[in-house]
Write a protein that binds this ligand. Structure first.
Ligand SMILES: [Zn+2]
Length: 190
């Protein structure tokens, strides 16, 4: 059930990120990860693209379901959906950062992200607030057998905007679902 970080089962880096998250802390993830890999595959291979039903499948490598054109279209749609998220850094320390996660449909942040660098690996902790529909399909393409949730798209965004600029390398991601709409603020002073 565990996947190598280098073998995404879905478009973008999100799959790798999800696989990594699952490896580091399986119990904390609430949604299925790479489910189509762990399921036994049908022996009858479908050779026509799932979206247009016409052209030969060639994408993605090893999990071919789409023709080149439809795959490009799907990736383009995912990029548009991903741009609706914004990560705003509000703490920057030597080896740690904290971000607020915004979505264009909401005024208030819908999540937060903490990144800690221990000198070797990157440790990311993401908190998702219930004010946003994380488990809903992020987009719909007619006939698409593989939708993706907003939470999965967000992992793509984190991988591209936080992990990659940090220099990549080995990293671990934990995702928590908050039951409170936003965290309480405690400014402790003795
Ligand atoms: Zn196609």
């Amino acid at each position: 059930m565990q996947e190598a970080v280098t073998s995404p089962c879905k478009p973008g880096l999100g799959a790798a990120a999800f696989a990594a998250a699952q490896t580091s802390n399986e119990a904390k993830l609430r949604y299925p990860v790479c489910y189509n890999r762990s399921m036994p595959r049908k022996s009858v291979a479908q050779s026509r693209c799932a979206l247009c039903g016409a052209k030969e499948i060639s994408e993605p490598r090893g999990e071919e379901k789409y023709c080149r054109d439809c795959w490009d279209k799907k990736i383009a749609v995912e990029e548009i959906v991903a741009r609706e998220f914004a990560l705003k850094r509000y703490i920057r320390a030597h080896s740690a950062e904290k971000y607020l996660i915004y979505h264009s449909t909401l005024k208030r942040p819908c999540g937060q992200l903490i990144v800690v660098d221990d000198g070797y690996d990157l440790f990311l902790t993401m908190m998702l607030y219930p004010s946003f529909a994380w488990d809903e399909a992020a987009y719909h393409l007619e006939g698409d057998p593989e939708g993706r949730t907003f939470a999965e798209i967000l992992v793509d965004v984190v991988a591209a905007e936080v992990i990659e600029p940090w220099g990549g390398g080995k990293w671990h991601l934990e995702i928590f679902r908050s039951t409170n709409p936003e965290p309480e603020d405690w400014n402790g002073e003795m």
